[in-house]
Ligand binder design. Structure first.
Ligand SMILES: [Zn+2]
Length: 281
């Protein structure tokens, strides 16, 4: 073969190798990212479930937690199990129609509520539902927590606290009521039932549940002590503006971070495989 043809062939082979390399590295990176995201979501659900139990935010088998894994996959806790006893292996992977993709147990009886929130809020990455006693007391008395704001931290941490009308558990009534409220709040009371919080990951949703319950306790104390002094509408408005400026509200959906050292390692492995494949061809 003339030299010019051999050089052209080599250039083509090099271009093909480069294309394959980039393709394989991208796929390896994607698999690694999904694997890490799944593992981290499981870890956080287990940790938050334990804290919910330890703080008596749930009793017996109450409550449920979930995390979004991708556009069409979520992780969710099983039904009929104390959330403090849930391990990573107990969790179920569902598609957004609620079909079980992986896992051996039965998914939470409130799965429809979680799916409705993920459909309504593409930015939400995790949901925690619990029955913290004081916040649930306000929900049972149908007293809203978003009126007469008395603590700036609550605006910073939760924004507006929604209130979903009563619905029969396990039916479409709760998802429908939640979807009406969830577009502009990160935490809401479920009338005569409990509370729901959302976040950019499970721990953020869990901490919002803590803030909600603490705020409900402070509100209860102020009712016992006498008339509290609520912040004015201007003061509350300014708090919301500070929250927005500081970026304490919604975060964009997506993967937060990937360990670059591991990506390099995967790239090196791919190069080695490609070299061997090239050598054996
Ligand atoms: Zn419940």
């Amino acid at each position: 073969m003339p030299l010019i043809h051999r050089l052209t062939e080599r250039r083509r082979a090099a271009a093909s190798f480069r294309h394959s390399f980039i393709h394989c590295t991208a796929r390896a990176h994607m698999y690694y990212t999904h694997f890490m995201q799944d593992a981290e979501a499981r870890r956080q659900i287990v940790e938050a479930g334990r804290r919910l139990r330890d703080r008596f935010f749930v009793a017996s088998n109450d409550g449920n937690l979930s995390a979004r894994l991708s556009e069409d996959r979520i992780l969710i806790t099983p039904t009929s199990m104390n959330k403090g006893d849930v391990t990573a292996e107990h969790l179920l992977t569902l598609d957004l129609q609620g079909r079980v993709v992986a896992g051996n147990l039965k998914p939470s009886s409130e799965t429809k509520m979680h799916l409705a929130v993920y459909q309504a809020r593409p930015d939400v990455q995790a949901i925690v539902h619990a029955h913290p006693p004081t916040a649930t007391g306000f929900a049972a008395c149908r007293i809203r927590l978003d009126q007469d704001v008395i603590l700036p931290e609550v605006v910073f941490g939760l924004g507006k606290i929604g209130f979903a009308e009563y619905g029969t558990p396990t039916t479409d009534e709760i998802p429908n009521a939640v979807v009406k409220e969830i577009p502009d709040c990160e935490a809401l009371l479920l009338s005569n039932h409990g509370a729901l919080t959302v976040g950019s990951d499970v721990m953020q949703a869990y901490y919002r549940m803590e803030v909600l319950e603490m705020y409900a306790r402070v509100r209860l104390v102020t009712r016992i002590l006498g008339a509290p002094t609520p912040l004015t509408a201007d003061e509350v408005g300014e708090l919301h503006r500070v929250r927005e400026r500081q970026g304490w509200g919604r975060k964009a959906a997506g993967i937060e971070s990937v360990d670059p050292a591991l990506v390099d390692l995967i790239a090196q492995i791919v190069v080695e495989i490609m070299k061997r494949k090239d050598g054996s061809a």
